[in-house]
Design a protein around this ligand. Structure first.
Ligand code: DAH
Length: 351
């Protein structure tokens, strides 16, 4: 094919005009194939230069160079325009309006009782203690006998304790023939843990307990306690007091402290009521009863086959509901047992 300067210039001009009208990158690519691809007029013309007489080659070459440069510049400019526009369109399409209301299913909220029991566990784990959990349906032996409750102790009477039918219980300790009860206290885990884990022992045992109380503003038949038991050589009441102050601070803030008042429990000797002091939001801080505690009664250690002349221990138990009522100034037990998510949601902050 002969070199035709007019035809190739026309072709380049048409290509450039088509570039101006292209609206997508795909269009652009098609135009490039058509006007500078292998079968195009411009490529053919470049090849034809070779067969021109020597004196025309230079001008023809220059012309081709200029046409290709014009085409390339127009192509590049248009390509940049289209890319910018497409990117802007993508960004606009993917825009997220952070102010739109979300349409998600409500997630609910964990119950404050479950959370505070975990707080107790975390605290004791941080001190190197272990978490233990006994069964809720328990033998009368672990709930009472092993803890030095006499056969006539008032707590055993039907108005306090839920008895469960079937009295041929056999447990890990091989104890047969005890009545079953819904445990009335997490102290029931003391001798269980001593038998199954041995000494030295440092356990915290949070869980559900049961008593035949009517539900009212301050009572519920199903409630929660957190028990702590340490048995080792040379433990004294000073160790107990130190741990209690630490627990008070962890649960009620840096100014909180504990106080012991002489009392009686069958499974501790000496025994004490555990009082708590912390700055009350309403002013007027005062001592409030929080739980019970004491040095483990030698008879309890004997129940677990541990020599009380070698080992001593301390224990304490606090009510979980009571802890929450005090800490959050809740006035009605109903709020804690009804399971209304709007109540639980108030405790989600700062989780
Ligand atoms: N178990 C007792 C109760 O339910 C609380 C208690 C008192 C636990 C003294 C203890 C303790 O470990 O030493 O009332």
């Amino acid at each position: 094919m002969a070199f035709d300067a007019q035809a190739v210039s026309d072709a380049a001009a048409e290509g450039i005009s088509r570039i101006g009208k292209a609206s997508t990158l795909e269009d652009l690519r098609a135009i490039r194939t058509q006007f500078v691809g292998s079968g195009s007029v411009m490529t053919q013309a470049s090849k034809a230069i070779g067969s021109l007489p020597a004196d025309q080659k230079k001008n023809a070459g220059k012309l081709m160079g200029r046409l290709r440069a014009d085409f390339g510049r127009a192509f590049g400019a248009r390509e940049a325009d289209i890319r910018a526009r497409e990117e802007a369109e993508t960004l606009a399409a993917q825009r997220v309006d952070m102010t739109l209301p979300v349409n998600r299913k409500p997630l609910g909220a964990r119950h404050p009782i479950a959370k505070i029991m975990e707080d107790f566990e975390d605290l004791f784990i941080s001190m190197g203690w272990q978490v233990s959990q006994g069964p809720e349906v328990e033998t009368e032996w672990y709930d009472f006998d092993a803890l030095n409750f006499g056969p006539d102790h008032p707590a055993r009477q039907m108005q306090d304790t839920f008895y469960v039918k079937g009295n041929q219980a056999k447990d890990a300790a091989g104890f047969v023939g005890s009545n079953m009860v819904l445990r009335t206290q997490t102290s029931s885990d003391q001798v269980r843990a001593l038998i199954s884990r041995g000494v030295p022992l440092y356990i915290v045992s949070p869980g559900r307990v049961f008593r035949t109380d009517e539900l009212d503003a301050t009572h519920t038949p199903v409630f929660h306690q957190c028990e702590a038991l340490a048995v080792d050589r040379h433990l004294t009441m000073a160790d107990l007091k130190g741990v209690l102050d630490k627990v008070a601070v962890a649960m009620f803030g840096p100014e909180a402290k504990s106080r012991l008042r002489p009392s009686y429990f069958p499974f501790t000797e000496p025994s004490a009521e555990l009082d708590l002091w912390f700055p009350d939001k309403k002013g007027g801080p005062g001592w409030i009863e929080w739980g019970g505690c004491g040095m483990v009664n030698p008879n309890v250690l004997r129940s677990a086959g541990i020599d009380p002349d070698v080992y001593t221990g301390f224990a304490f138990g606090v009510g979980i509901e009571r802890t929450l009522l005090l800490r959050h100034d809740i006035n009605d037990m109903h709020d804690l047992v009804e399971g209304d998510v709007r109540f639980s949601e108030q405790f989600v902050m700062g989780e």
